[in-house]
Design a protein around this ligand. Sequence first.
Ligand SMILES: [Zn+2]
Length: 340
Amino acid sequence: MRLEILSAESLGVRGLCCRVEAGARVIVIDPGVALGIRRYGLLPHPVQIAAGRAVRQRIVAALEGATDMVFSHFHGDHVPLFKPNPYQLGFSHLPPCIKTLRVWSLSPAGQSFTSQARARDLMDLLGPHFQVAEGRADGPLRFSQGVPHGVGGPPFGSVMMTRVDVGGRVFVHASDIQLLDAATIDRILDWAPHWVLAAGPPLYLGQLDAGLRARAWANARRLAAGVGTLILDHHLMRSLAGLAWLEDLSSEVGSGLFAPPTSWAGPGSCWRRSGGNFTRLCRYGQAGTRSTHTVRLVSKRSPHRVISGTQKLRRLTAPRHCDADIDGSCLDASPLSAYT
Ligand SMILES: [Zn+2]
């Protein structure tokens, strides 16, 4: 089994897309990307736009060699869209082979009207290949029933988790659970995974009260203690507080927990939350280490300085994508060409 993480906040965009090689099957889970264009009334930084374009190309390339595609839910950072904004993955970007893939999806029933409309668009595009997969299994794949997106309920809805088992090595993709529901953690642990890729809590949201923060912390400790390797990203990595939270968790539970394997970098949305400066977070190190390096680049008040400041950017070597053998024997990161 081989896991490649294609989109995540720590790679500079919103999303939690990955590619899993499982014998003859190549599964792309949550092929989507977004940049949060309306947050705080600010448009994406030019560096974010470049990162988003690179991620979009990686997802399209992964789909070209895939056999299966999974939609955990229908939010705009997790699926291709009929009407994307300029920074998302649109139907027009997709390769022709998309209509030949097996497609496994959360049921649109009970989701928001927007999600249902997106599901209809996908059904129109994919025809009979689009299958509601909740509770089903196919070869190495197994799918959960819908579990809460964060705290669940309107307008968040639910998400479907995916388990991939190849020869007893188990990977679980748990998108947007935010570690806020204990029963969801139970379900993951019941699946006995060696590797879990999940969305951490959205610490950047003021409405995440003390009770929910405590719940996320307790669930994270329990999950980290029960699986071989836990990779947390997505909502957690939208603020510097998320990085500190991950460091604290890593200190408590020891090795085996880290943001995407080997290396970690990207502007995400952090630049909007860092006191007037665009902050780029870089993290280097093998599994089990916690070396962290934070670099302040340019003022967000004059973002175009980034375009003329390429010399400064060039001095940084950032990972472009995280690529890991599921056994941890092969770890690799390549440079982010979009930054240079
Ligand atoms: Zn999401």
